[in-house]
Every structure is written in C-alpha cells, then in structure tokens.
Design a protein around this ligand. Sequence first.
Ligand code: PBG
Length: 327
Amino acid sequence: MELKIRPRRLRYGENLRKMVRETRVDPSSLIYPIFVREGSGIVEEIPAMPGQYRYSVDTMGRKLESLLKAGVGSVMFFGIPDKKDEKGSGAYDENGIVQQALRRAKAEFPDLYLITDVCMCEYTSHGHCGVLCGHEVDNDETLKLLAQTALSHVEAGADMVAPSDMMDGRVAAIRETLDAHGHINTPIMSYAVKYASAFYGPFREAAGSAPSFGDRKSYQMDYHNSREGVKEALLDVEEGADIIMVKPAMSYLDMVARIKNEVHVPVASYSVSGEYAMIKAGAQLGYIDEEKIICETAVSAFRAGCDIYLTYFAEEIAGYMKEGKIG
Ligand code: PBG
C-alpha cells in the first residue's frame, strides 16, 4: 500500500511521542483546594471524598508541607466556621476561620501562594451565596459583603481572591474595594463561568453549605447554555478579573476551549468535588484505574486550553508529572 501520509509514524516509541506532544503540563499550573475548620487537632476525612480532609488551623501545615514538597505552590482556602448566621458574618470576620488560616500559612509557609474562595454559602445559616431579601438572594446588598470578605482575606495574607458567588458586579465591587485600600496588585480570579451543578454535592456535604431551601439556579448558570458563559466571562474581564475560571471541569471542557478563544487572560478550570468522588468511587470498586484516570482527566483539561487547574488530586498529579507519567 502506497501511503504517503501515515499518522502512526509519529507514534512509534516514547521519545518521539514525547517530542511531538501538543500539551505540556507543569506542577506550577496546579492549585489545591483545602478545607479548614475551627477547632484544634482535627484531621477529619470527608465522607464523600475519601482521601480529602477538613483540617484545623494547627494541623493543616502537614498537608501544606507535603504539597510544597510535591511541587504544588498554590492553595485555595475554603472555611468551615463553627457558627453560621443570616448575614454570613463569619466570612468577613477578621478572626474568621479563613483569616486565621491565612495568617498561619503566611507565617509558616512564606513560599506558598495563598488564594481564597470568596463566597457566603459556607457562612450563612440558609446556605445561599448571599444575603436574602425574602426568599431571593439580594444581589447588590451581597456585593458589599463580598467586597468586605475579599478585603479581610487580603489583609490577613491572601495573595489572590476568587469570588465564587455568581452575583452580578462582584468583580467590580471587589476591585474597587481592594484598590481603595491600596491592594492594587492583588489579582482576582473570577469563577465567571460557573454552572448550577450536581457535581458540587460532596463539597456541600464537606462544608455543610447546601442551601436549606430552593437551589442556586437564580445565580449559577443553566448548564444548557454556552453563549451565556461567554457573556459572563467578558463582563468579568471588563470589570477587572485577571483570571477567568470555568467550573466544573470535566463536563464543561467545551466551555474551557470556547472561553480560551474569547478572552485574553489566563483561563482556569476547577475539577470539583463530584469529579473527585466519581474517580475515587470507580477506583475503589475496581472499575477503573485510578492513576491513569487522574492523569487522563488532568491532561484533558489542559488540552482543552486551561492554563490553571484546580484539583483535589494536585499532589498526586504533581507526582505523576515528576515521574514522567504525564508531561
Ligand atoms: C462556594 C463554592 C462551591 C464550590 C466552590 N466554591 C460550592 C457551591 O457553589 O455550591 C464547589 C467546589 C467543589 O464542588 O469542589 N460557592
């Protein structure tokens, strides 16, 4: 058979395959989400996320240290407060759980890059991502509290803030407040393209943040929509977002690819709790090969175009990169 073009030619041998690889990955692109809670001496496994823990501020250092050793230099903090109230005051309390964690992490691990999730849902008694007016989340009232939360995080040591609430105008509100207090160089990573997703189930269990009534569909996006995601991303860039995130990752890689073409800022994708839980469950049942699935899932996000990947498997993935299993 006379075939001039044989795509298989470039697939013989590991050296050649690596040479022609289109997607290169590096641990510096990884962010590890970590849960911190009140109390001391606590390392508590999250039931629907085997291998993931809620740490108290005095125990989280173990995980931070092993992340750094593995080459993961960035973490995103999620706080689990002891007390919740209508206005989510724990979110912007200067002695709130995330603020405590930030001060400690900054002092003990000055090389670690500290990012915070800015949202109200872990702190409100009703579990919604903002303050309520009747049964609805009051967008504009919530903006003030989000800006206050972001500022208190930065003042406690956050290097970057990441609003995940999906209120309209939050990036502008946060930027204005940070700038007014002199934090002009603190970047905002916006969860701009965030869908109302059942993939957040295990996280809500971990953080006790499921809404006590209704759902999040009046602020998070309908997963039937794609163009609307572009609108959200462009708006946030205009408001001053430095990085745009797509969330979840796995079922939304079309959006990662699309957003990458629409904006000229780095794009992040967040492989969320439900994605983690599915891989763990499938592997525990012996249905899939955990390591190979983790590698393939991570590379697919980068191949789709993300520059930054948030994942509970960050430490494992950094290890696979070092071992040359992906690269
Ligand atoms: C807070 C927030 C959520 C997640 C990140 N930030 C939960 C939600 O929106 O209900 C989900 C992360 C995950 O599932 O791993 N709003």
